[in-house]
Design a protein around this ligand. Structure first.
Ligand code: PLP
Length: 393
């Protein structure tokens, strides 16, 4: 026996990876599986970004870089934030990290300890809660409700803050719901946070380029009154279809930046150099590739929502961002996780049960529409056939 420290007993994971493994296994055994489970764009990384990565390797960028990232990339991030949100961000407060996850890992490590409370969205990205538990802090779920369009409620969020609250995690556009919180609600939250100056905020805006219906993304960076306690999380994974490159970035308030740098030095040293140069090309290059991907997601969004609403016992509100639909399946009579599992095993459609994103996810399943329109239509047909054929287990 090699007993691990007890914190590992509290560390969770992402069931999306387990579903992916099972879907791959079924496909290998000859089954025709449509994967609407995984949260990654189905597009290749745009060619000019790939070329920049290859060129960097040819140019000899083979060594360590500064732990905080190369200056041209930190400048490119600052430039991108200025272009998108009209905000001034110093490259000195930008940190380059190996994926969006690393920023939440660092932020939660900085504020989580026994006795501390950390607020996080539920349903939400499962790693928030997993990491909060790991640190020994108390996870306080902020319910994200369908009747609220899957936006977070400023009033409810503020009501959950106590003198023990150290960190508030926000995510809009959101995984797994596709919910986008309207500006008025964010305004109200920010106004209320003035009464809680000792609470740090981590805003996960990894889907910030993916909003629909002409609605501009509102960044927490646009609120100067929060800047001295705001950690902004973003990255290339979703926007530039670069999940496998492992490239993320964050903006930190000055007092936290050096702590983040030290965590980088103690763990990954730096993001690999060629990936960072690819990131420079992504941010400084033409952005039509992003617009094209988002337009295609928008087209599929219409297909998914229309198709889901025709299924027996299923209803789905129109998600306003990201590339997820989060249909309500309560009227099917199935428990969400049992349904997701039966859909995979019986109908060959991979989805994720809502409870994998938190207790408030019961009654819902997540579908990622990062798959072709043709496959989405086929998956919807199979789901309809399954629901008509099988009674709830
Ligand atoms: N934040 C949210 C809300 C996500 O959905 C994801 C990935 O699915 C991440 C962060 C992590 O992204 P990355 O793959 O860049 O670590």
């Amino acid at each position: 026996m090699l007993p691990l420290v007890s914190a590992f007993g509290r560390l969770g994971e992402e069931n999306a990876f387990a579903v992916l493994a099972r879907a791959t296994e079924l496909a290998r055994s000859g089954r025709d599986i449509i994967n609407l489970g995984i949260g990654q764009p189905d597009f290749p990384t745009p060619a000019h970004i790939v070329e920049a990565g290859i060129q960097a390797l040819r140019d000899g960028h083979h060594g360590y870089t500064p732990a905080t990232g190369i200056l041209p990339l930190r400048e490119a991030v600052a430039g991108d934030l200025h272009r998108r949100f009209n905000v001034e961000v110093s490259p000195e407060s930008v940190m380059i990290v190996p994926g969006g996850k690393v920023t939440m890992f660092m932020a939660i490590l900085m504020f989580g300890e026994p006795g501390a409370e950390i607020l996080y969205p539920d349903p939400g990205f499962p790693i928030y809660r997993s990491m909060i538990e790991f640190t020994g802090a108390t996870p306080i779920p902020v319910p994200i409700r369908e009747e609220n369009g899957f936006a977070f409620s400023a009033e409810e969020t503020l009501s959950l803050i106590t003198p023990r609250t150290r960190l508030l995690i926000l995510n809009s556009p959101a995984n797994p719901t596709g919910g986008v919180t309207p500006k008025a609600e964010i305004d109200a939250l920010v106004a209320g946070l003035a009464r809680h100056p000792n609470v740090a905020i981590m805003s996960d805006e990894i889907y910030g380029t993916m909003t629909y219906d002409g609605e501009a993304h509102v960044s927490l960076l646009q609120y100067p009154e929060l800047r001295d306690r705001l950690i902004y999380l973003d990255g290339a994974s979703k926007t530039y279809a670069m999940t496998g490159w492992r490239l993320g970035w964050s903006v930190w308030p000055k007092p936290l930046y050096d702590a983040a740098r030290k965590l980088a030095v103690n763990s990954h040293s730096c993001v690999n150099a060629a990936t960072q140069w690819a990131g420079v090309a992504a941010l400084n290059g033409p952005q039509d590739c992003v617009a094209e991907m988002v337009a295609e997601f928008d087209r599929r969004r219409a297909i998914v929502v229309e198709g889901l609403n025709k299924l027996p016992g299923v209803s789905c509100i129109r998600p306003k961002g990201a590339f997820y639909a989060f249909p309500n399946v309560k009227q099917t009579g199935w428990k969400a996780k049992t349904l997701a599992s039966a859909l995979l095993e019986d109908a060959g459609v991979a989805t994720i049960g809502g409870p994998d994103f938190g207790v408030h996810g019961e009654g819902y399943i997540r579908l990622s529409y990062a798959n072709s329109a043709e496959n989405i239509l086929k998956a919807l047909e199979r789901m309809g056939d399954f629901l008509n054929r099988r009674n709830a287990a």
